[in-house]
Structure formats: structure tokens, C-alpha cells
Design a protein around this ligand. Structure first.
Ligand code: ARG
Length: 455
């Protein structure tokens, strides 16, 4: 491609360190789309003839068909996807192929292709997040009344419902989808036409190519256009955060499936057995989802370090943008799909959860609140009386609800038998009717809102 300036072939090692076709072949569809739009624009601008444009478009169609059929010759000697396509085009249509690269550089070409790939990845990820949210929503709807313990410090805190707990993740994944949508909106400017770095002397129409490729507008600074990889970093940051959320749910699934918790059962489809211990049913899919955040955050770190301190405009360092980004989105998409499958299949063990919901004096706050409401006690005093009641129940080896009335009255005279009405986990959960609270009607209202938002 640049033989004029050179007399010798590159060293074998040069090719080995320089070559990117092994991974950037994943940009083939974006590369062809960019070339189609560029050729059409060059023709409209009068830079190439209709005959040349027709030959180029025909050749690009033939290349697309070859790639589709799996018989396109990806060749290392042509370094990357851009030069592989151009070399093949020359073989197919002859000299007209040499006009396609007018007013274009691989610098704006790769910036375009990669941006379109990341844009597609954001769209796919948003779709997968919606699918996961939908799976969580239907599980939450089926279990809006199913009691479970709510935890802080992983210690029993207050009863909640399983539906409420799952809806917390619907919120998290909703914010993740929002972050991908924000990143997508910001990246939706077309760098094509920035050429090598300074723009082009040809009468190119950047609005036309931007529109043809689904962008909102062309990028406004040619140097920035070829040197910006924020769009990928932003998507990787969103992916890392999404991975953090996935790992938290994955961890809960791992904990809930232990016999010690016994809160849920996973399907055979998302578990594995042991080659030695016949009793085992391991939550491998959840564990792997939990681990993938390492890859996601690693990719973000990798590309951040590549970009840090790079002078304007393009540097070959930036070729190192693709592998981490591809790896991250492969991992994220697999994780989202596996998590959606696990959530759809998992079944709560409701009696076990309900039993645990009442354990650990989880309705102590309800007793304190009752003292405040019924006896007009200051909350601090009520907290103290309730603490003493818990201590007494612990001594007697019983739950709060099983403390004899005389025991409670010894702590505060005014306590009457109606106090027992607030000491069950059902009553506790049902009483938390504040907006966003765990009362089943509140949970159902949030499910309804999300269903409408996702419809
Ligand atoms: N393969 C290169 C990359 O991925 C394409 C751009 C090459 N540009 C250049 N001036 N060498 O970044």
C-alpha cells in the first residue's frame, strides 16, 4: 500500500507486532458500511465518476457475500481489515478500487468502524439488560408477597419480600441501561472525513456520510475525531459498573443456594455436578458471572492506560483499543444472558425464606415503632426497651413474638396484647407502605411502573 516510499519488505517481527487482522476482522461489517457511504458521497461530490462508484459498490457487495459465506481471504500481509478489504476490492474490480481511499485515511476509517462497533455493542447490551430486567420483573411479580429476611451487614435486619429484593436489581440494571444509552448518544457523531488528522481538501459532504451511517452529526474537530477513544472508555466504564451489579446478584445466588441459607433452588440448566462428590450441585454460572467483572474492569483499565498521555492525533498505540473492548463486551453479553436464564429458572424455597424472615429478632424495629405510636414513647427510649426485650427473649431462648406479655410489661407497663399484631414478619413487611418500601402493594406498584417503562 505504501511501496513507493520503501525498498525493503518489513521484518517478520514487524509484521508480527503490527498485524491486527486477527482481531479487527470483527469490524468487517462496519468497514464495508463506511466504504459504501464514503463512495456514494465521493460520487455525489463529483470526486469519483458514477462508473467507478458502481464498480466499487459492486465489489463491496461481492466482498460482503464472501465474508458471509466464510470464504473471504483474510491475509496477514495486508495488516488490518481496512487494507484487506481494499486489496480484495482491487482483485475484484481493478484500478477503480484505488479511488475509494480518496479523502480518507485509515485513521478516520478505524475511528468510524470502531465507533460503530461500540455503538452496536451498546444497543445489544441495552437489549440484554431489558431481557434480564424482564426476567427479574416476572419473578418479582410472582413473589411480591414471598417473605424473606432483609439484611444489613449480612445480619438479619427487617423482613422484606423476595419481589422487593429482586426489584432492587431491576433498578440497578435500569441505571446501567441508562448509562449505555447516554454513552451511545454522546458517541453518535461521525468521524469519517477527518481523514488522516487535518481534514480533506476535497469537497466532501460529511453531513451526508454521517446521516447515511446513522449518526446525529459529523464530529467537529478533525484532530479529536481520529484520536478520541472516549466512546469506548465510556462504554467500558458502563460495562464495569454493570459487571459490579451482576457480581452482587451472582454472589447472592451463590449464598442463597447453600444448604445453610437454602433460600432458592437453581435449575439443572445453570448448575454443574462434581466428578467426585455425588451430592453436589454447584452454582458455576453464578460464580463465573461474579468473576467476569475482573475482565470488564481489566479492559477498562487496559484501554485507559493505553490512552493516557498519548499526544494528538493518531498513534498506533490505539490499535490496542480493540481486543479489550471486544473481550469486555463478549464477557458482558454472555453474563447478562446467563443471568437472565438463571433468574428465569430459579425457584425460591418460600417456607425456608419465611422462617428465616422471622428469625434473628427481625421485628424488633416494629416493636420499637409500636411503643412510639401507641405509648407516645420517644424513639430512643423505645429503642432501649426493645433492646432489653430482645435480650430477655435471647435468655429465654424464644422469639420476640413468643415473649409472655408479663415479660414485656416488666419492661414497660403500658404494653398491651395488641403488640403481638406487629411482631410477625408478614405484619412487618405489610406495614412498610412508604413510597419504595417493601409492602407488597408498593412492590406491585413498582413492578407495574417498570412493566410500562419496558413495554
Ligand atoms: N489497524 C489500525 C488501527 O487499528 C488502523 C489505523 C492505522 N493507521 C495508521 N496510520 N497506521 O488503529
Amino acid at each position: 500500500m505504501w511501496g513507493g516510499r520503501f525498498s525493503d519488505k518489513p521484518a517478520e517481527l514487524m509484521q508480527a507486532i503490527n498485524v491486527s487482522i486477527g482481531f479487527d476482522k470483527r469490524l468487517a461489517a462496519q468497514d464495508l458500511a463506511g466504504s459504501r457511504a464514503h463512495a456514494a458521497m465521493l460520487r455525489k461530490a463529483g470526486v469519483i465518476t458514477s462508473e467507478d462508484e458502481a464498480a466499487i459498490q459492486g465489489g463491496l457487495d461481492a466482498i460482503a457475500a464472501e465474508i458471509e459465506a466464510g470464504d473471504f481471504p483474510f491475509r496477514e500481509e495486508f495488516e488490518d481489515i481496512h487494507m484487506n478489504v481494499e486489496a480484495r476490492l482491487r482483485e475484484l474490480i481493478g484500478p477503480a478500487a484505488g479511488r475509494l481511499h480518496t479523502a480518507r485515511s485509515r485513521n478516520d476509517q478505524v475511528a468510524l468502524d470502531f465507533r460503530m462497533w461500540v455503538r452496536d455493542a451498546c444497543d445489544r447490551t441495552i437489549g440484554q439488560l431489558r431481557a434480564l430486567q424482564t426476567a427479574l420483573l416476572s419473578k418479582a411479580e410472582a413473589h411480591a408477597d414471598t417473605l424473606m429476611p432483609g439484611f444489613t451487614h449480612l445480619q438479619p435486619a427487617q423482613p422484606v419480600t423476595f419481589g422487593h429484593h429482586l426489584m432492587a436489581y431491576v433498578e440497578m440494571f435500569g441505571r446501567d441501561a441508562g448509562r449505555f444509552a447516554d454513552a451511545r448518544a454522546r458517541m453518535n457523531e461521525c468521524p469519517l472525513g477527518a481523514a488522516a488528522l487535518a481534514g480533506s481538501p476535497f469537497p466532501i459532504d460529511r453531513e451526508m456520510t454521517a446521516r447515511a451511517l446513522g449518526f446525529d452529526r459529523p464530529t467537529a474537530n478533525s484532530l479529536d475525531s481520529v484520536s478520541d477513544r472516549d466512546f469506548a472508555l465510556e462504554a467500558l466504564a458502563a460495562a464495569s459498573l454493570c459487571g459490579v451489579h451482576l457480581s452482587r446478584l451472582a454472589e447472592e445466588i451463590v449464598v442463597w443456594t447453600t444448604p445453610q441459607f437454602g433460600f432458592i433452588r437453581l435449575s439443572d440448566a445453570f448448575t454443574t455436578g462434581s466428578s467426585i462428590m455425588p451430592q453436589k450441585k454447584n452454582p458455576d454460572a453464578a460464580e463465573l458471572v461474579r468473576a467476569k467483572v475482573g475482565r470488564l474492569l481489566g479492559s477498562f483499565t487496559q484501554l485507559t492506560v493505553v490512552m493516557k498521555g498519548l499526544p494528538l492525533a493518531y498513534s498506533k498505540d490505539m490499535q490496542e483499543d480493540k481486543v479489550p473492548t471486544f473481550e469486555a463486551f463478549d464477557a458482558l453479553e454472555l453474563s447478562l444472558r446467563a443471568m437472565a436464564g438463571m433468574v428465569a429458572d430459579l425457584e425460591p424455597v418460600a417456607p425456608r425464606m419465611a422462617q428465616a424472615a422471622g428469625a434473628g429478632f427481625s421485628t424488633a424495629t416494629d416493636l420499637a415503632d409500636w411503643l412510639v405510636r401507641t405509648l407516645d414513647m420517644p424513639f430512643r427510649d423505645a429503642h432501649h426497651v426493645t433492646g432489653a426485650a430482645v435480650k430477655r427473649a435471647e435468655q429465654l431462648g424464644c422469639d420476640l413474638a413468643d415473649l409472655p406479655l408479663a415479660e414485656l410489661q416488666a419492661l414497660s407497663q403500658g404494653i398491651g396484647p395488641d403488640v403481638y399484631g406487629v411482631l410477625t414478619p408478614q405484619a412487618s413487611a405489610a406495614s412498610r407502605k412508604s413510597y419504595g418500601g417493601t409492602a407488597p402493594d408498593q412492590v406491585r406498584a413498582q413492578i407495574k411502573r417498570w412493566k410500562e417503562a419496558l413495554a
